[in-house]
Design a protein around this ligand. Structure first.
Ligand code: OGA
Ligand code: NI
Length: 364
């Protein structure tokens, strides 16, 4: 059986290319000039970029001490309106669990290729070990491999699609994802309240706690001999609801699109998680909360690993601007879709800036 049978062309693991010590990357990974990162631009970095300081770092400690009059709520709401991106500290997840989770994935990606390929994914569900997003033949690809798995709803959770090695990894991943869901549910409550709605309004629009989706995408960015020609992940906004990213603290690489269109490097605070709004919450909130474009660059000297947890609406519930937010002065900006339908954009075309959500803009 050909394990790669459903992809439009044979799958090449970026890690294999990287480890073969080639001097020049294959053309498939070379981006058109306009999309290449300018690695010499000092602007990406904090010291020289007046905007970087503005990506807020928010202390969530008070959420867990029942202090409801939280300053953090205001800060979160402001960050989601202005940036769509923020870091959180004191978020309730232990540094040990975060470290353990990263260690598991580092070990996984360094297993022999035959073992990893036992989990090779297909575009049917994307679950498992993958090397491309999108099924268009001849597409220019990103310099990364990944692993994708479902944690919830229960109906989609299938341990046989999770890695079997390293030993006991499933227990740790289970604990990690459970904490992630808790954090997402808390954030959903805050976001609802700060829209002036019932605290469970957004959660219900996602189909309720038991039906909302939770999945993990682990991104592995191997070293790249020509990082100036390619990207680890092309510019995109996340298609789902909320994303919680556990970044690589040692290797920066995530860039967020600033208000003046310049790319801004995210420099993770110690033990921080990075939160961003996805397209579904932008649509439900009628663009009050913003889903911002981001991308990843790669390094010639170091590999990079990140864990992105996505919290998404149930696949078949209609997603459209919440009625309470639509008025004569602020008409609905988006036509109705479902997450299952919406996800097909990125699963067909791969990451493509914000073109997917723009297709759903209401005609005016
Ligand atoms: C993603 C993503 C960023 C990163 O997985 O959608 O944007 O730093 N990841 O890996
Ligand atoms: Ni993303």
């Amino acid at each position: 059986m050909n394990i790669f049978q459903d992809w439009p062309e044979p799958i090449v693991r970026v890690q294999s290319l990287s480890e073969s010590n080639l001097q020049a990357i294959p053309n498939r990974y070379v981006k058109p000039l306009a999309q290449r990162p300018n690695l010499l631009s000092e602007n990406y970095h904090t010291k020289n970029n007046p905007h970087t300081a503005a990506i807020p770092i928010i202390d969530l400690g008070a959420i867990y001490t029942n202090d409801i009059t939280l300053q953090a709520n205001d800060e979160i709401s402001k960050a989601c309106r202005e940036w769509g991106f923020f870091q959180v500290v004191n978020h309730g997840m232990s540094p040990q669990l975060m470290e353990r989770a990263k260690e598991i994935w580092r070990e996984f990606f360094h297993l022999p290729m035959e073992l990893k390929n036992m989990h090779a994914n297909s575009p049917k569900t994307y679950e498992g070990y993958g090397s491309r997003l999108g099924v268009e033949k001849g597409a220019i690809l990103d310099w990364s491999d990944y692993y994708y798995l479902h944690y919830q709803p229960l109906s989609l959770k299938d341990y046989t699609k999770w890695p079997s090695l390293p030993l006991h990894c499933r227990e740790t991943l289970e604990g990690y994802c459970k904490e992630m869901v808790k954090l997402c549910e808390n954030l959903m409550t805050i976001l609802s309240k700060k829209l002036g709605l019932q605290e469970d309004r957004l959660q219900n629009a996602f189909g309720g706690k038991d039906e909302a989706g939770g999945c993990l995408r682990v991104n592995y960015y191997p070293k790249c001999p020509q990082p100036e020609l390619t990207l680890g992940l092309s510019p995109h906004s996340d298609p789902g609801g909320l994303t919680i990213l556990l970044p690589d603290e040692h290797v920066a690489g995530l860039h967020v699109r600033g208000s003046d269109d310049a790319w801004i490097t995210v420099e993770p605070a110690p033990h921080a998680l990075i939160v961003n709004i996805g397209d579904q919450i932008q649509m439900l909130s009628n663009s009050v909360y913003k889903s911002i474009e981001h991308r990843v660059i790669v390094s010639p000297a170091e590999e990079r690993l990140s864990l992105a947890f996505f919290y998404n609406p149930k696949g078949n519930v209609p997603i459209e601007p919440l009625k309470e937010l639509v008025t004569v002065d602020s008409p609905a900006l988006y036509t109705s879709t479902t997450y299952d339908q919406y996800r097909q954009f990125i699963r067909t075309q791969g990451p493509r800036n914000k073109s997917h959500i723009d297709e759903l803009r209401s005609p005016r």
